[in-house]
Ligand binder design. Structure first.
Ligand SMILES: [Fe+2]
Ligand SMILES: [Fe+2]
Length: 166
């Protein structure tokens, strides 16, 4: 059985961290913030990992930090090469950032979860079952805010930029 107390116990340290709190100001898709989105993916992943009797702690932490990149993607300068676009770059950046702020929480499973969550966009195949959970949960959580298929490019971060309050 899932329970919210256990969920919050796993993510408490990250949630209370000042750097993670900044994600309340990062727009994600539509009106949703990166904070809201990350919480949604984390809880969905927590429940799925629990149900499948997997590594619940790594799945939940990896999910919460899967979009822990450094700056709102809407403010990033334009890039010429497709592989430099947000959709391709942010998993690596998110992992570097997660390792910087929470080195004691990292493990190879969490690294795999964060760096491969955009599969199949980022070609490397997720190695762990927990990684598959997060890449699925991310798509479910993201697509639920998109009402129309034409909004799909926003998921991969190539369209729909909007101004960010500074
Ligand atoms: Fe992402
Ligand atoms: Fe995401």
């Amino acid at each position: 059985m899932e329970n919210k107390e256990e969920f919050y116990e796993i993510i408490k340290e990250i949630l209370e961290h000042e750097e993670f709190q900044k994600r309340k100001q990062f727009p994600h898709h539509g009106e949703e913030t990166v904070y809201d989105h990350s919480m949604k993916v984390a809880y969905l992943s927590y429940k799925m990992a629990k149900k499948l009797k997997l590594d619940v702690k790594s799945a939940t932490i990896g999910a919460l930090l899967h979009d822990f990149y450094t700056t709102p993607w809407q403010t990033a300068p334009k890039v010429k090469r497709i592989r430099d676009m947000h959709g391709f770059m942010h998993p690596k950046i998110a992992y570097q950032n997660a390792k910087y702020y929470f080195p004691h929480l990292m493990n190879s499973k969490i690294e795999d979860i964060i760096t491969k969550h955009m599969f199949p966009l980022t070609l490397k195949i997720p190695k762990y079952r927990e990684s598959w959970i997060i890449t699925t949960a991310d798509k479910i959580a993201s697509l639920s805010v998109f009402k129309k298929p034409k909004d799909l490019p926003k998921y991969i971060g190539i369209r729909g930029k909007k101004k960010v309050k500074k």
